[in-house]
Design a binder for this molecule. Structure first.
Ligand code: KIV
Ligand code: NA
Length: 262
């Protein structure tokens, strides 16, 4: 296995689907290393790792801490850090905060939520040689201002807006675009409208790649399960069974047996 580069990701469009998962720590990053092309240190960690209701209270310090951990565990994939809510409110603020990501971690890029209205932010970052992964469609950082999570691309006017967003982000220099919570047909036309790869989540299978949150796909996050999440492992159940066996053996003084005793 060799190190995946940002140009290599760009060249995969139309050739081979790109695989991406989230990771929040070195332990899992090590397991994922070499298995996927990209790892996202998503601000979803504010929910699944920290136990908050939404992503909005995530901070730069928190994201950098987790990104350092992920970079310690995985060296082969492209590692992207989510810029938290409120850390890219202007080009100056965004450049100042995103510069920390390159100075304090080994991540190759940052992710910014927003379409046309955020293109100037993405442009400021890419012109300061900070690589950006865009994120359009359903954007979790907008949950309060939008009044909930809403599937996008249901009518032609919204599809046109999403295409405009994707093109604006591409023109601003994003190397790829996450397309979240969008009708499959809309994600397909968005993918065809840009020359950079689209990475879908809840966006059907016509995008150039897929991303899933590791704790969802491996069955560790039980609070709720969206329709687009396929569970590839029964994490919570397996861990609970293991823990039950341990507890029962300790209570019965079966563990530690001679085999585990000095
Ligand atoms: O925070 C996250 O995990 C994300 C993915 C859902 C794309 O932004
Ligand atoms: Na995110």
């Amino acid at each position: 296995d060799k190190k995946v580069t940002l140009p290599a990701i760009g060249k995969m469009k139309g050739v081979e689907p790109i695989t991406m998962v989230t990771a929040y720590d070195a332990l899992f990053a090590q397991i994922f290393d070499g298995e996927v092309e990209m790892i996202l240190v998503g601000d979803s960690l504010n929910m699944s790792f920290l136990g908050k209701e939404d992503t909005l209270s995530a901070t730069m310090d928190q994201m950098i801490y987790h990104t350092q951990a992920v970079c310690n565990g995985a060296t082969l994939p492209v590692i992207v850090m989510d810029m938290p809510f409120g850390t890219y409110t202007s080009p100056e603020v965004a450049v100042k905060n995103a510069t920390r990501v390159y100075q304090e971690t080994n991540a190759q890029a940052v992710k910014i939520e927003g379409g046309k209205e955020r293109a100037h932010i993405i442009e400021a970052l890419t012109q300061n040689s900070i690589a950006v992964l865009g994120h359009i469609g359903l954007m979790p950082q907008f949950i309060r201002s939008e009044g909930g999570y809403k599937i996008r691309g249901k009518d032609q006017a919204d599809i046109d807006k999403l295409i405009e967003d994707a093109k604006a982000i591409e023109a601003a220099g994003a190397f790829a675009i996450v397309v979240e919570g969008v009708k499959a047909e809309a994600a397909k036309v968005i993918t065809e409208a840009v020359s950079v790869p689209t990475i879908g989540i809840g966006a059907g299978n016509a995008t150039d790649g897929q991303v899933l949150v590791w704790s969802d796909m491996f069955g560790f996050f039980e609070a709720f399960k969206p329709k687009f999440v396929k569970q590839y492992f029964d994490g919570a159940k397996q861990v609970r069974e293991g823990l039950e066996a341990y507890r029962n053996e300790v209570k019965a003084r079966e563990f530690p047996s001679d085999e585990y005793t000095y």
